[in-house]
Design a protein around this ligand. Structure first.
Ligand SMILES: [Zn+2]
Length: 247
């Protein structure tokens, strides 16, 4: 496998160098071919590597990864090798609670791979008992150093909560998000789902509500946070740029 990837890298490098010779305007060389020549990641995080992390180091790692995602410079990974490497155990850096939205591929957004992140998803990124239990498992049992609540621009669940949608099980689900609508009533403009500024405010207040719920409903996570063993933070994903803005 290594020989094959070495050959592939050599071919790509040769192809780039031929292109460079043919094309005297170096600026026009396709740099995406050059970035592929970086050796792919083949090992997952180990217990010692996880233990050496701090919450702030993990936050910076997520920020750096998002910068690479936005710049289209995502890390090359050998997924087959990573699957084999991860089979012995997992030591992820963080728990990410994301919305269900299909436009947010969470691992890619932070340029992370197999074994790097626990990812919980529910429309509107709120917490219930099951998600709190999952977070406690991720941090207290499995050693993750960070909980990140990730909301996003133009969230359909937020809009549905604003519109007071009544439909099947969605009605009960939206009850978890409506406190954020109530929290946003000081907004001075049009308080409807058609107003992007209001939808953004409710989404950000929903992230804050979720963080507060985690701390008030999970004594385990609250204590870990107070002891500095983990941090619980929020962030907002820009659908237009792929940028994650930490709140
Ligand atoms: Zn959403």
């Amino acid at each position: 496998m290594k020989q094959l990837s070495g050959l592939l890298i050599a071919l790509i490098a040769f192809s780039v160098s031929v292109q460079s010779c043919k094309n005297k305007d170096v600026d026009k060389v396709d740099t995406t071919l050059i970035t592929i020549t970086n050796p792919p990641v083949e090992k997952v995080l180990t217990a010692d590597e996880q233990a050496a992390l701090t919450p702030d180091v993990v936050i910076n790692s997520l920020k750096d990864g998002n910068r690479r995602f936005v710049a289209n410079e995502i890390t090359a990974r050998n997924h087959s090798a990573l699957v084999r490497s991860a089979s012995a155990g997992q030591f992820p850096k963080a728990v990410i609670l994301s919305c269900l939205d299909s436009r947010i591929p969470v691992e890619d957004v932070f340029d992370k791979g197999i074994g790097d992140l626990f990812v919980g998803r529910v429309a509107g990124n709120f917490v219930n008992g099951d998600l709190l239990g999952s977070m406690e498992f991720g941090c207290k049992v499995s050693g993750a150093k960070l909980i990140l609540v990730l909301g996003h621009e133009s969230c359909g669940a937020i809009k549905a909560a604003i519109d007071d949608v009544q439909l099947g099980n969605i009605t009960a689900m939206l009850a978890n998000i409506k406190p954020a609508v109530v929290r946003s009533q000081d907004f001075t403009g049009d308080k409807t789902s058609k107003n992007d500024a209001f939808v953004e405010l409710v989404a950000k207040n929903n992230i804050l509500n979720t963080i507060e719920s985690i701390k008030s409903r999970s004594p385990i996570l609250k204590e870990m946070s107070e002891q500095g063993k983990i941090k619980i933070v929020g962030a907002y994903y820009d659908l237009h740029t792929g940028e994650v803005i930490f709140l």
